[in-house]
Design a protein around this ligand. Structure first.
Ligand code: SF4
Length: 364
């Protein structure tokens, strides 16, 4: 029954009809950006990218949390990984991400640093409970999708008095980055396909500025081919009508109001601060830092961590890829010095990174 339901969103006949309608409606070139690593992969994996009408231009944005983690943030956690009495708990994706000096956690681990791969923030909390002789530092990366579970874990650590659990928070918020992208004349974005997962938490309201101030349309979309094509058709129709709006086409998963309970947990634990994004630079109010009530769990405060801006990786064009200014094949290192087995930048490390998706699926 569930499979039957999901198969409707892959229906080849419906996809063909949507593509034909898109061809009819979209006379002028339309540059759309998706800002979710899962959309990046879905568009390639389904073959949609090669089927879209030629005047619909697909740009991949900063939707991969690992990719937008700034070189300086990587250097900060590498610094921590070298300290005595510290165990780093991290998602596996971060292990190969290079900092400014091209060093990674994997290299630090090989040199003797205590680094454990975990599958959730809660796993890191349990690791802290089992390792009372060490300070267990969880590397918090990701957008509004993962920030609520990190926040809930910090609440649990406080309730259990587990002060050897620490969070190094590099969580980021999507809407401020969209505003930066819209102000980039070089990228010239006409519309966004909005991230389904993030939207389950924040709902539609935080995206209102896209239509109000920037007169662009944006559609929250699911991840099946029909979802993506329907979102593009809605974008094209709104442009034709001259009525830019923010629309939710993913109602089977996303409530227009998002998840107020998850937001309340985030608001209890985090405050916003300026964050550094790889490629996009410093964006005010786009990062999540621990509130003073949770200072005992804040790795930045407890270990006196200062984020010093590191230089971008020499030769790597991840910054321009994340801004949608170039596609990965335009990076001189793509598929030469840089491939998934030997990644130079984070966009080739993560399976949801644009460079890795182009490497695996692109047939342009
Ligand atoms: S191909 Fe490699 S070096 Fe080039 S932008 Fe992508 S990750 Fe960076």
């Amino acid at each position: 029954m569930t499979l039957d339901f999901l198969n409707k969103f892959k229906d080849p006949d419906l996809c063909r009809r949507l593509l034909a309608r898109l061809e009819e409606v979209c006379g002028e070139p339309l540059r759309f950006m998706e800002v979710c690593g899962t959309h990046t992969v879905a568009i390639f994996q389904s073959g949609l990218r090669s089927l879209l009408p030629k005047n619909i231009i697909h740009l991949s944005g900063p939707g991969c949390p690992v990719c937008v983690t700034h070189e300086s943030e990587v250097d900060a956690y590498l610094d921590l990984a070298g300290r005595s009495g510290v165990v780093i708990a991290t998602f596996g994706d971060l292990m190969k991400v290079p900092g400014g000096g091209r060093r990674s956690l994997k290299a630090a681990q090989a040199e003797g640093a205590r680094v454990e791969v975990v599958y959730s923030a809660f796993d890191a909390l349990e690791l802290a409970a089992r390792t009372p002789d060490a300070q267990v530092v969880f590397l918090g990366v990701g957008f509004e999708t993962t920030a609520p579970t990190t926040a809930a874990t910090v609440q649990m650590a406080k309730a259990r008095g587990l002060t050897n659990f620490k969070l190094l928070s590099f969580h980021k918020l999507v809407p401020p980055a969209l505003e930066v992208l819209l102000s980039d004349a070089e990228t010239a974005i006409d519309a966004f396909i909005l991230p389904g997962h993030v939207s389950t938490i924040i709902g539609l309201a935080p995206y209102g500025f896209i239509a109000e101030r920037w007169k662009r349309s944006a559609v929250v979309a699911g991840f099946e081919p029909v979802d993506i094509l329907q979102a593009l058709l809605d974008i094209a129709l709104m442009r034709e009508a001259g009525e830019p709006r923010v629309v939710n086409d993913y109602k089977r998963a996303v409530d227009d109001n998002g998840n107020p309970r998850a937001r309340a947990v985030m608001a209890d634990v985090f405050r916003t601060e300026t964050a550094l994004w790889r490629g996009l630079g410093a964006i005010p109010d786009s990062g999540l830092a621990l509130r003073s009530e949770y200072a005992d769990f804040d790795a930045k405060a407890c270990f006196d961590i200062e984020i010093v801006e590191s230089p971008p990786l020499a030769g790597c064009r991840c910054g321009d890829v994340l801004k949608g200014r170039i596609n990965p094949t335009q990076c001189p290192l793509f598929a030469k010095a840089c491939d998934p087995a030997h990644p130079v930048g984070p966009c080739m490390v993560s399976t949801e990174g644009s460079c890795a998706a182009y490497y695996k699926y692109n047939t342009d």
